[in-house]
Ligand binder design. Structure first.
Ligand code: HAM
Length: 436
C-alpha cells in the first residue's frame, strides 16, 4: 500500500497566513488608511488581480517585468500576470473612461500585489498596498496634497514627525545631472540611474568604484552633487542657477508649501530615484528614523506620461503606494500597534442541554441589541469552556446555570480583571460597553 504522505501546513514561500490576530492588525491598518484618504476626498476603486502581461512591458521597468512577476499562459494561450503593482491598472481604468470622469480625480485602492522577490524583512511575495493617486493636476499642488495625505496617515497611526522623514527629489533634476552635466548617452544614464537607486543598499566604496566605471574623472563632481543637502547646495556645486535646473523650482515650491502647511520633516535627497521607469517629476519616500528599522517605508511620484500608452492625450498624475508589511514593522518598532481584541464581546458557557437552549434565545436577544455573542457548544466542563474563551481572548463571559435561568440575573465576568457584575438582561450591554 502506498505510504501516506503528510501535507505541510506551511504557507507558500513569501506569503502570509492571516490568523484572527493578524486580521485584527490588517483591519486596523486598512481602517486608518481608508479613514484618512476618504477625509481628503479620495474614492475607492478596484480591479482583478489578473492583467495582460503587456500592461507592464511599456513602463514599469525591466527588473519588475523580467525578474519579479508571476506570469503564465492561460488555457487560451494568452500571457497573463498577477498584478505586481496597481499603477498600470489605475492608469488603464482612468484612460478607458477619461471623457466621463471628473478631474481632478482622486482615487484610492487597497489591492494585494504579487512580486517574485527573495523574501526578507519588509519584502514578501504578496503584500497589500494602499494606492492613493490624483489625476489631472499639472502643478506641484498635487504633490503637496499627496505628501500631506501620506504624512497624515503616519500621524493617524500615532507616529510623530520625528519618527519618520520624508525624502524628496525630482526625476527632472536627476535627468539634468545625467544628461546635461555629465553628457551621458541613454545607456550610460540608465546604468548610472540604476546605480543611484541601489546606493543605500551597497557599501560606499563599491558605489564609488561603480560610479568611476561610468563617469571616470568626473566621479568626484558626481559624488559632490549627490551629497547636496539643498537646492542652494546643488546650485553652488553645479555652478548653475535655479532657473537652469529643470524641476528645482517646482521641488522648492512643493517643499515650501508643505512646510507652511505644517509638514516639517521633508528633506531634499538627490539620490532618491525610485525604481519605476514611468516617473517623470517629483518622487518621494518616507523613511523610518528609528535606528533599528532604518528603511524606506513607502513612496511614490509623478507619472505624467503613463496614460499616454493607451493612446490618449497625456493626463498628469501623482500618487503613492504604501505597503502593509513595512507599515506593520514600523508600528511594531515604535510600539504603536493596538492590542488585539476579538470582535466577539461575550461568551456564554452552559452546564447542560437545558441551559444551552436558554443561552441560544438569550444570545439571540443580545445580538438584536447590538452585542456580538458566541456560545460554547462543546458540552465540556465549565472550566474548560472558560479556558477556551480565554484562549480566544474574548473580554466577557457569563455562565448559564439553574440560578441564572430562575432569577434572570447574570454574572458578567471581565476576563482581564476577573471582576464580576451581577446584572439583569437589559443591563448586560452597559457592562460590556465599559470596555473600549
Ligand atoms: P513601490 O515602491 O514598488 O511603488 O511600492 C510601494 C510600497 O509598497 C513600498 O514602499 C513598500 O511599502 C510596498 N512594497 C513594495 N513591494 C513590496 C514587497 N515585495 N513586499 C512588501 N511590501 C512591498 C509602487 O508600487 C508604485 N506603483 C506606487 C505608486 C502609486 N506610484 C504612484 N502611485
Amino acid at each position: 500500500m502506498a505510504e501516506k504522505t503528510k501535507l505541510s501546513t506551511d504557507a507558500y514561500k513569501g506569503v502570509r497566513d492571516f490568523y484572527p490576530e493578524d486580521m485584527f492588525i490588517q483591519n486596523y491598518i486598512f481602517g486608518v488608511w481608508k479613514k484618512t484618504v476618504e477625509q481628503f476626498g479620495y474614492q475607492e476603486y478596484n480591479a482583478s488581480v489578473l492583467e495582460p502581461t503587456e500592461l507592464y512591458k511599456a513602463k514599469s521597468g525591466e527588473e519588475i517585468v523580467n525578474e519579479q512577476t508571476y506570469s503564465f499562459k492561460d488555457r487560451g494561450d494568452r500571457d497573463v500576470t498577477l498584478r505586481p503593482e496597481m499603477t498600470p491598472t489605475v492608469a488603464r481604468l482612468v484612460a478607458a473612461k477619461r471623457r466621463e470622469l471628473g478631474f481632478p480625480l482622486r482615487w484610492y485602492s487597497i489591492p494585494n500585489l504579487f512580486r517574485y522577490e527573495q523574501p526578507q524583512r519588509g519584502r514578501l511575495r504578496e503584500h497589500w498596498q494602499l494606492n492613493v493617486d490624483i489625476f489631472g493636476v499639472e502643478s506641484s499642488d498635487a504633490e503637496v496634497e499627496g505628501i500631506t495625505v501620506a504624512s497624515k496617515i503616519m500621524k493617524n497611526f500615532g507616529a510623530s514627525e520625528t519618527d519618520f522623514e520624508i525624502r524628496i527629489n525630482s526625476r527632472k533634476i536627476i535627468n539634468f545631472i545625467l544628461t546635461d552635466i555629465f553628457k551621458l548617452d541613454e545607456a550610460a544614464a540608465h546604468r548610472l540611474s540604476k546605480l543611484i537607486d541601489r546606493k543605500e543598499k551597497m557599501p560606499a566604496a563599491d558605489f564609488e568604484a561603480q560610479s568611476q566605471q561610468i563617469l571616470g574623472e568626473q566621479t568626484k563632481l558626481f559624488l559632490n552633487i549627490i551629497s547636496s543637502k539643498s537646492g542652494d547646495d546643488l546650485e553652488k556645486i553645479t555652478g548653475k542657477q535655479r532657473s537652469e535646473i529643470p524641476g528645482l523650482d517646482d521641488l522648492h515650491s512643493a517643499m515650501k508649501k508643505l512646510n507652511a502647511s505644517g509638514v516639517k520633516n521633508v528633506v531634499f535627497s538627490p539620490t532618491l530615484m525610485r525604481g519605476f521607469d514611468y516617473y517623470t517629476g517629483i518622487v518621494f519616500e518616507i523613511f523610518d528614523t528609528n535606528p533599528e528599522n532604518r528603511r524606506a517605508l513607502f513612496g511614490g511620484g509623478r507619472y505624467d506620461d503613463l496614460l499616454a500608452i493607451f493612446g490618449n492625450e497625456r493626463v498628469p498624475a501623482f500618487g503613492f503606494g504604501m505597503g502593509d508589511v513595512t507599515i506593520r514593522d514600523f508600528l511594531e518598532t515604535h510600539a504603536l500597534l493596538p492590542k488585539y481584541q476579538p470582535s466577539t464581546q461575550l461568551y456564554l458557557c452552559s452546564f447542560d442541554e437545558k441551559s444551552l437552549a436558554f443561552s441560544v434565545s438569550l444570545a439571540d436577544r443580545l445580538r438584536e441589541s447590538g452585542i456580538n455573542v458566541a456560545m460554547d457548544l462543546s458540552g465540556k466542563k465549565i472550566s474548560d469552556q472558560i479556558k477556551s474563551a480565554g484562549k480566544q481572548k474574548i473580554p466577557f463571559i457569563a455562565v448559564i446555570g439553574e440560578d441564572e435561568m430562575k432569577t434572570g440575573i447574570f454574572k458578567i465576568k471581565n476576563m482581564d480583571s476577573g471582576e464580576e457584575k451581577a446584572v439583569n438582561e437589559n443591563e448586560i450591554k452597559a457592562v460590556i460597553h465599559t470596555k473600549k
